[in-house]
Ligand binder design. Structure first.
Ligand code: 5AD
Ligand code: SF4
Length: 448
């Protein structure tokens, strides 16, 4: 979601005549897009701001803006920081060029965030966001031929640990026409893969006249767009609603990637209840079994939080059991981080010591790594199609050393990362590669 917001903001700034530069040294203004989901993410921003404050001592004209979830959460408190001139919440990013221009011209501090974050977005705000999204949904992209498209904003789920409903506001599904028009525009500029975004994207629901559109409808409509070859969607919430229809659509439509990111968060029913997740571990596993029955080669990824308040060793072992049974392609594991305003923070003591959280994190990762390794090994010797993203992150293996045949990185339909050597002109193209070696998270290949 933040990558998309950053792309939108960069495009709008470029359109307004600003130029993006690579370092603070060359910049007149620095904008930091922020995340509040865990304390660690916020600490990193605070440390960046400390650095910028230092730079501003010799360059007082440098303008610094904080945008996104942390801006919404901390509001005026952020302006007290010596480095900060602009505070702009996620719903206010359409105003960013105006705020930046004014601040550069008048050297005054500005703040714009949502006053009452849980109230329904006004028509004006929705329109501003929609206009912004459709105008700047193309342009700046990190990876050639791929783009994110927002299907939904906000969240109403209130999982006990999660700050998202308090910084991104109520759940709103965007009109299907706006989404599809945007996908068409993206396809016209050469985009081949789109990823539909929503905090609970499988709960997408938009009513117009007699018809209620769900995610499966969006997938069908997006599939009809010429030029778009792969369609993904993240993140799914483990609930029955629309589940079968979405999976049958995935099975039926070749363009919809056989990939599901569906966080379980815990394998203990007691913890799931305390997290306000509305399902049991058994129910979750049934959903996975159903997904595999409908889409046999589906790759599934998950998220887990270890050390949620009250998590005993027995609860943690239930999580280990769930991970063993779920056979994820990969999963993201986080140590519980208390977030202000959330029910978990208000009502429950953060009683699992950091050391225990760390041990559980490492242990769960090790369990998953074994499974990932087994699943990856199945690829050995096989030919797969990848969408090439660009150079791999190993500079010694890419252009500098090997200008005609650098190390490239691509992804399979099921989201496996594949590393191979090939011409950089393949970036943004599909390629056939043969897997020659596997590891838990990466497949190694040569061009077929
Ligand atoms: N502490 C730790 N992890 C969290 N997540 C969300 N909130 C918290 C928190 N307070 C994790 C969840 C979610 C992912 C995006 O971040 O696993 O799926
Ligand atoms: Fe947070 Fe739960 Fe909403 Fe996901 S579904 S964004 S974890 S409140």
């Amino acid at each position: 979601m933040n990558k998309l917001d950053t792309a939108l903001v960069s495009s709008s700034l470029k359109d307004a005549g600003f130029a993006l530069v690579d370092s603070v040294k060359e910049a007149d203004a620095v904008l930091i897009n922020t995340c509040s989901v865990r304390e660690h993410a916020e600490q990193r921003v605070i440390s960046h701001l400390g650095h910028l404050k230092h730079i501003k001592e010799s360059r007082p004209d440098l303008v610094v803006g904080v945008i996104g979830c942390m801006a919404q959460r901390l509001g005026a408190k952020l302006l007290e920081h010596k480095a900060v001139d602009i505070v702009c919440g996620p719903a206010q990013i359409p105003q960013i060029t105006k705020l930046l221009t004014e601040t550069l011209r008048q050297r005054k501090e500005t703040i714009t965030i949502t006053g009452k974050i849980r109230r329904k977005t006004t028509q004006n705000e929705s329109r501003a966001l929609e206009d912004f999204e459709s105008a700047y949904g193309i342009g700046d992209r990190y990876i050639p031929a791929q783009a994110f498209v927002r299907a939904m904003r906000g969240c109403d789920n209130f999982c006990a640990y999660c700050i998202v409903p308090f910084v991104r506001g109520p759940e709103v599904s965007r009109p299907p026409k706006a989404i599809i028009d945007q996908i068409r525009k993206l396809a016209d500029t050469g985009v081949k893969q789109i990823t539909l975004l929503g905090q609970r994207v499988n709960a997408y629901k938009y009513q117009t006249g007699e018809k209620t559109y769900c995610l499966a409808d969006l997938l069908r409509m997006a599939s009809d767009v010429e030029g778009i070859e792969w369609i993904r969607f993240v993140t799914s919430y483990p609930a029955e609603e629309f589940f079968d229809e979405i999976l049958h659509t995935m099975a039926a439509l070749p363009k919809v990637c056989n990939y599901l990111h569906i966080p379980a968060q815990s394998g203990s029913d007691k913890i799931l209840r305390a997290m306000n997740r509305h399902y049991t571990a058994g129910h979750y596993l049934q959903l996975l079994a159903k997904a595999r029955a409908i889409v046999p080669d589906i790759a599934i990824a998950g998220d887990f939080i270890v050390g949620f308040p009250g998590e005993t060793q027995i609860d943690f072992e239930a999580t280990v059991e769930l991970v063993k049974k779920a056979r994820y392609k990969n999963c993201f594991i986080f140590k519980y981080s208390p977030r202000p305003d959330t029910t978990a923070d208000k009502r429950l003591a953060d009683d699992v010591p950091l050391e225990v959280k760390k041990i559980r994190n490492i242990e769960l990762l090790a369990v998953q790594e074994k499974i990932s390794n087994q699943l990856s090994a199945d690829f050995l010797g096989k030919e797969v199609k990848v969408l090439v993203e660009g150079l791999s992150k190993k500079p010694h293996l890419n252009v500098a050393e090997n200008p005609d045949n650098p190390q490239l990185i691509g992804r399979t339909e099921t989201d496996y990362i594949v590393v191979f050597n090939g011409p950089l002109s393949l970036a943004g193209q599909f390629a056939k590669v043969k897997i020659t070696k596997t590891s838990p998270l990466t497949l190694f290949a040569e061009l077929a």
